[in-house]
Design a protein around this ligand. Structure first.
Ligand SMILES: O=P(O)(O)OC[C@H]1O[C@H](OP(=O)(O)OP(=O)(O)O)[C@H](O)[C@@H]1O
Ligand code: HPA
Length: 186
């Protein structure tokens, strides 16, 4: 059954329909937090958050993990509209002194083509962390172009552009509490 028209949202010229509800996100993020807690029991990790998209997920995941640790922010950029431009820019690099020798929890909102992580992981590895645990809320396996070692995945989703819960379409939609999927019937 299609979603009621009132649930549809418009961002710029595109329409998006409800895809993952606030409740589904809350339940899954708690599960991911517990999994991290079990995997890193006793560690004092450094959470590395990929800005901008992962800021909402990271805020919930860090608290759900109940792990004590520093938080550090990194910013990459490679999307224009709904397409990757291929080249990954590192706009805010990681802080070397927070990463060296630490167990890193790398928090990403989405792995789509995989180009962002493929470009960023070697930069992180050069700083010689003790370990890296890569957590992504969303993964589009059919869109992935390069190998990425993902440790924890929230939701495996189809190859359609999504927004909300931190993810944007050209600067809009990050504030939405749920996740919406591009509706190509308009
Ligand atoms: O696997 P990929 O195809 O590389 O796509 C994933 C990346 O794309 C988005 O970032 P973006 O470059 O749009 O920057 P943003 O987080 O500031 O929105 C998203 O937050 C991921 O970091
Ligand atoms: O589907 C997406 N939505 C928002 N940002 C993204 N960056 C890569 N894929 C996506």
């Amino acid at each position: 059954m299609s979603a009621p028209l009132t649930d549809r949202i418009r961002l710029h010229e595109h329409y998006f329909r409800p895809f993952l509800s606030r409740e589904q996100l809350e339940v899954r993020v708690k599960e991911l937090g517990m999994a991290l807690h079990d995997q890193l029991a006793g560690a004092n990790p450094c959470f590395v958050v990929m800005l901008k998209g992962a800021f909402v997920f990271a805020a919930d995941l860090v608290r759900a993990s109940r792990l004590e640790g520093e938080v550090c922010f990194v910013r990459t950029s490679s999307y224009s509209g709904t397409n990757t431009v291929g080249e990954v820019k590192l706009l805010i690099p990681p802080e070397a002194e927070l990463v060296r020798g630490k167990d890193i929890v790398l928090i990403e909102d989405i792995i789509d083509s995989g180009y962002t992580m493929k470009a960023f992981l070697p930069i992180l590895q050069q700083l010689e962390p003790r370990s890296i645990t890569l957590v992504t809320l969303l993964h589009k396996p059919d869109a992935q172009r390069v190998e990425v070692p993902i440790d924890l995945i929230g939701f495996t989703i189809p190859t359609k552009f999504v927004v909300g819960y931190g993810l944007d379409y050209d600067g809009l939609g990050r504030n939405l509490p749920a996740i919406y999927q591009l509706d190509e019937s308009y």
